[in-house]
Design a protein around this ligand. Structure first.
Ligand code: FO1
Length: 320
């Protein structure tokens, strides 16, 4: 194994929710001691460019360059390229700022040269002097398709951005998942981690594809006592995005219990918000230790406080 990846705090991450958690984690842990394994199933190709929203959201956040209003894209962004696209009648519903476009141009060029996504991701992170190790969960392309009664099967970003996830969903399919390999270092990072945190990202479309890649769930099962997940459902709602609606439409309960059931094979510890503390006994009945705390990360201090609760739960020596 790569010795640089031994005994790290490993975070499984989607986009915005995970990025907020990481903002706090770097305040309470040496960034060089953190590895983040990031979803790639919402990656897309537009205008001939490879776009990796979750990787970029995590990288830009750790670089201090994220647009804090949207939670995605860069701050101090310009929109001249989008104005030109709009003039020509090109695809302009997926907003790519002028600075952000530079990232997609560089990534696409490097991928076309034959560099794996993990290498390009490390190059981009290094250019921003990000000390956290950012690993795409796979170097292989995985494409999420959403089944809808009204529009048939559509691509993820078509669902999420173009339709603002405001349509009924009957199914989710991750194309390429069965043959996707975990990225270099991903299984080692999990196997030799000191502790593993599952961020409060969408359990279906962000963490779901990470867990569906062959080898990952098996590795997590063996580390279960050192895995802690945070519920992204608080008081019956998702703090951001379509998690609540997706859970309901795909037959899950919209509550921390519904999320805990999805993770029951792979987590030993589950953290929910204080407002949901009445769910503790139902979660414990699943064989998962449950802790209630303030999970709403309205600022980096709140995120750091949450991470201070998470760390002892996943690092617990009794559980190794
Ligand atoms: N989300 C939007 O709601 N509208 C956009 O126009 C948009 C553009 C965009 C560009 C680059 C990027 O990295 C992310 C972008 N996102 C946009 C966010 C992204 O599509 C979603 O948040 C994730 O895919 C869900 O995790």
């Amino acid at each position: 194994m790569n010795p640089r990846l031994k005994e790290k705090i490993v975070v499984l991450a989607g986009g915005v929710g995970a990025a907020k958690l990481l903002k706090g984690l770097v305040k309470v842990t040496d960034p060089a001691n953190i590895v983040v394994i990031v979803n790639v199933a919402d990656d897309t190709s537009l205008h001939g460019l490879r776009i990796c929203p979750d990787l970029d959201t995590v990288t830009y956040t750790l670089a201090g360059e994220i647009n804090t209003e949207t939670g995605w894209g860069l701050k101090n962004e310009g929109w001249k390229a989008m104005e030109m696209l709009n003039r020509y009648g090109g695809i302009d519903w997926f907003k790519l700022g002028d600075r952000d476009l530079g990232t997609h141009l560089f990534r696409t060029h490097r991928l076309l040269q034959g560099a794996p996504l993990s290498t390009v991701t490390a190059e981009i992170a290094a250019s921003w002097k990000v000390d956290v190790t950012i690993l795409p969960v796979s170097d292989d392309p995985i494409n999420t398709f959403i089944s809808t009664p009204d529009l048939g099967e559509i691509e993820f970003q078509d669902y999420f951005v173009r339709h603002q996830h405001n349509i009924e969903v009957t199914g989710v399919r991750f194309e390429g998942i069965d043959t996707a390999l975990p990225g270099p270092d991903v299984l080692d990072a999990l196997q030799y981690a000191s502790g593993i945190i599952i961020a409060p990202s969408n359990p279906i479309v962000s963490i779901g594809p990470i867990l569906a890649i062959p080898g990952i769930t098996e590795t997590l099962k063996a580390r279960k006592d050192n895995v802690v997940a945070v519920s992204g459902i608080v008081n019956g709602k998702a703090l951001k995005g379509p998690a609540a609606r997706l859970l309901h439409e795909l037959g899950h309960e919209i509550s921390p219990v519904g999320v805990a059931r999805i993770y029951s094979e792979i987590v030993g510890n589950f953290v929910i918000d204080n407002i949901d503390s009445h769910h503790i006994s139902s979660i414990e009945k699943l064989g998962i230790a449950c802790t209630a705390t303030d999970t709403v990360m309205i600022d980096p201090i709140k995120s750091a406080n949450l991470c201070s609760v998470l760390l002892p739960l996943c690092l617990s020596e009794a559980s190794t």
